[in-house]
Ligand binder design. Structure first.
Ligand SMILES: Nc1ncnc2c1ncn2[C@@H]1O[C@H](COP(=O)(O)OP(=O)(O)OP(=O)(O)O)[C@@H](O)[C@H]1O
Ligand SMILES: [Mg+2]
Length: 113
């Protein structure tokens, strides 16, 4: 199992949600986040005694899925979240040790479906 964590532009979320639904990805967690990437989101010059730090509003979408679903999700994210401009976001893929459905005590892949 893997966690696919995507940081995307907020305006891309609805289209992504729709496409994820179409490929059978139902379980997800969404957060409104703020962050910066390579451009550091900051101007870098002194204003008085403090640096001005800019963070951009993004949406984080987290999905824990079977290994075989990862490729399809990555394709859908790239298709729906690309503008080609800086700030389109990132996809992180992490290994997951275990999942437990609290209600039934099911574990692992059983707990995902
Ligand atoms: N290395 C990172 N670790 C954690 N979060 C990151 C990292 N890089 C980017 N992010 C998150 O992703 C968001 C979007 O990043 P962004 O698309 O600007 O990445 P980038 O590497 O600067 O690429 P680009 O040059 O296309 O802008 C950031 O606002 C931040 O929330
Ligand atoms: Mg950037």
């Amino acid at each position: 199992m893997k966690k696919v964590e995507c940081i995307i532009r907020p305006e891309a979320f609805q289209a992504l949600r729709h496409r994820l639904d179409e490929i059978g990805i139902y379980g997800l967690t969404v957060s409104e986040v703020a962050g910066c990437g390579k451009q550091k989101g900051k101007t870098g010059f002194f204003r008085g005694s403090t640096y001005e730090i800019n963070l951009n509003a993004k949406v984080k979408v987290e999905m824990v899925v079977d290994d075989e679903q990862v490729e399809g999700i990555v394709e859908v994210v790239i298709e729906t979240c690309s503008t080609g401009e800086i700030g389109d976001g990132k996809i992180f893929i992490l290994p997951i040790d275990d999942v437990i459905r609290i209600r039934t005590k099911e574990k692992g892949r059983e707990a995902l479906i």
